[in-house]
Design a protein around this ligand. Structure first.
Ligand code: SF4
Length: 98
């Protein structure tokens, strides 16, 4: 598993009111996705992502994340938001190849 993806996931604060999710037009459950990944439930995370958004894999590549999830991440106040797109892309691609 990609160390960079895991390192990014570990930086997530698991906000109770996740601004990343609220800032996403399709309400991608970023905090739950990260939690499942860190708990080793990558397939469950993939199922959840695709149930929420069948275009999860595409969106992880083409979404203007600086306006949506990453732009709304609480860690933006330090100009260091969680790189949600690389985490979503990793999980989505893994799930599609499973
Ligand atoms: S706002 Fe940022 S730190 Fe908070 S749950 Fe979302 S990705 Fe994690």
């Amino acid at each position: 598993m990609s160390k960079h993806v895991i390192d990014e996931a570990k930086r997530c604060l698991q906000c109770k009111n996740p601004r990343c999710k609220m800032g996403c037009p399709v309400s991608t459950p970023v905090n739950d996705m990260v939690k499942m990944l860190l708990e080793g439930d990558i397939i469950k995370a993939g199922e959840m992502l695709f149930e929420n958004n069948p275009l999860s894999s595409v969106c992880s590549l083409v979404c203007p994340v600086e306006k949506f999830c990453e732009g709304n991440c609480i860690l933006n106040h330090k100009n260091n938001p969680i790189q949600v797109s690389i985490i979503e892309n990793y999980i989505s691609e893994y799930y599609l190849e499973f």
